[in-house]
Design a protein around this ligand. Sequence first.
Ligand code: GRF
Length: 218
Amino acid sequence: MDNSFDFLISPNILKPKRFSPKLRIAILASGEGSNFQELIYLSKSNKLDIDIKILISNRPEAGCILKAKKSNICFKIIKNSDYEKKESFENEIINTIKKTDVELIVMAGWMKIMSSKFVNEFKNKIINIHPSLLPSFKGNNAINEAMSCCSKITGCSVHFVEPEVDSGRLIMQAALSITNEDNLETLSKKIHFLEHKILPLSISQAGFMLRNDLKDND
Ligand code: GRF
């Protein structure tokens, strides 16, 4: 991809904070896992002080599972269709996370809407990445919707998770122009490129806030 497009990241954080011991995280993902892969790379190359304790996916065929296998990262598949009730599905995830003893839960392409019970179980400890400039274009068709509305600017956001979908305190955002030449594929690639920049930095910001019991993102 041609990465020579202009973008703006806010807040303008350039480097992640250091953690010793490393920040223990769980990843929830349902898709290809390009964000997950970037986190694996940064962790293994000691550019980001995280310890990815587990990947949880609800889709056995998802690309993220393959990436976990290749990198020897512990993973667990928890399929919603294996449970009669959403509550039991979520309880299995809650129990798995609790057993794993992580500090932060990162939703990196997690395509299930979780109940308030789940969110409140890990209050202020779950972050999510979303491919729009929230609060615009919530939901699972964000890139398409931004294009269909002829928006001139879009981007991606990382936020703390609240029971209301795609809401919650913003940690970082990245913005870029939608040009006349863009189509869904080119714009998605650009947004992914920016996601891979802001998700690691947001993890470090959120981890710093958690470890220091801070309420504000600074
Ligand atoms: C990203 O665009 C993210 O914003 C959205 O799902 C996508 C996941 O991509 N929530 P990947 O699986 O990390 O490649």
